[in-house]
Design a binder for this molecule. Sequence first.
Ligand code: BES
Ligand code: MN
Ligand code: ZN
Length: 495
Amino acid sequence: MEFSIKSGSPEKQRSGCVVVGVFEGRKLTASAQAIDAASGGFVTEVLRRGDLEGSLGKTLLLHSVPKVPADRILLVGLGREREFNEPGFRNAMSAAVKALKSTGASDATVCLTDVPLKRHDTGWKVEHAVLAIMEGAYRFDRLKSKAPENKRALRKVVLHVARRNEIGEGEVAVERGVAIAEGMALAKDLGNLPGNICTPSYLADQAVDLGKRHGIKVEVLDQKDCEKLGMGCFLAVARGSNQPPKFIVMEYQGGKRDQAPVALVGKGITFDTGGISIKPAAEMDEMKFDMCGAASVLGTMKAIALMRLPLNVVGVVPTTENMPGGRAIKPGDIVTTMSGQTVEILNTDAEGRLILCDALTYVEKYKPVAVVDIATLTGAMVIALGHVATGLFANSDPLARELIQAGETAWDRAWHMPLWDDYQEALKSNFADFPNIGPRAGGSITAACFLSRFTKSYPWAHLDIAGTAWKSGAEKGATGRPVPLLSHFLVKRAA
Ligand code: BES
Ligand code: MN
Ligand code: ZN
């Protein structure tokens, strides 16, 4: 997809389609007015017939509009003018993209980015327009035997801004939007790939490849290396699988050599059967998405490398399958973590925390300024927050606030959950230092409590993306979240 920024005369654009907004009550935006005037009132005349009132997300495609060089004009409802806000903008953009896709236009001029939005500047609108367009263009059909028939797809988009002096800001935002969208597409691809293709070795190969293309140093530790480091807990989970585990370490050096890095740690369970505490069969296929935390780390590394952010970031991904088998861990088994603490594995399906804890100890060697782990950790998170917000837990309030804010800006929102000491009571074992599960109540919080026991030496946050990393049902597929949140967090840190 090719993006450019322009200002001035939407009515004069030679374009496959010019997209303009209409507020409720058939109130034309400035660009819609310009087209209406040039066409001798054609738009007002059509609206008078009642085909579009301007309610949010409704669209109307016009062909052969008189005295306008564009092949088509797409009118997009923006809702009430006084209430036009961020979700409204995103809604209108997605509706526009959907309508554009059903036309044969291979290029378009989108004039929704010139509509004033109360709390946001042109940069925000342009970035989100780019994201909506690239998300709309995303396809995962590489495993279909025949490529689905595709008419002329959208290839070139001009984003229209109100004033000339906004072009520079718009161009910076295009780069940011494209970088984030590319990162999301990588995260989606990895998430959508099935467990028989996206194995731990495949993920490691992808990381190495990403490193080569973008100048990121990548090292892959194998089972022997992990044994030497004492990662007893990570390796315990890997025991049941015939696929060799991999421990991926990516180092992006955009800042000064001695600058302490931010570390991102992603859960990379390429398939979660539950192990001996096996899961029920229904919807188990969705457990191929149990590496979406890892995928978001690779995606974010790609995004920040594309943006050339001036800071240092380490991405760490422990990756393995969680399988039952003759060598698999059993309920009651006790293992020693890299930190030296012992864990009684009461449920082999609570495996995410078991692979993350050793990774959280491993990153201590970087003396990181902050550590963020990302994991499809608990089903309880889906019960608590549904599919809208990611659950955020932290041992540092400033870090939590930073991430919440980044999520707001990126429109990839997270909600701060409690991590009070009172909840730590739930983790008691008669035989080891602590167990890997607590009672059912507050399951997401006790999972975070477990992780907190490995993160004493740095500011740390945990993102439980169990409800946000993928969609089920007719639109089943990875979402690419929380690449936008993480990217914005790092953009702000780099500034
Ligand atoms: N990967 C799952 C969490 C999950 C389940 C995410 C369903 C999204 C949808 C995780 O490994 C898991 O199985 N967690 C258990 C923990 C329990 C045994 C304490 C869960 O949530 O049931
Ligand atoms: Mn599990
Ligand atoms: Zn899992």
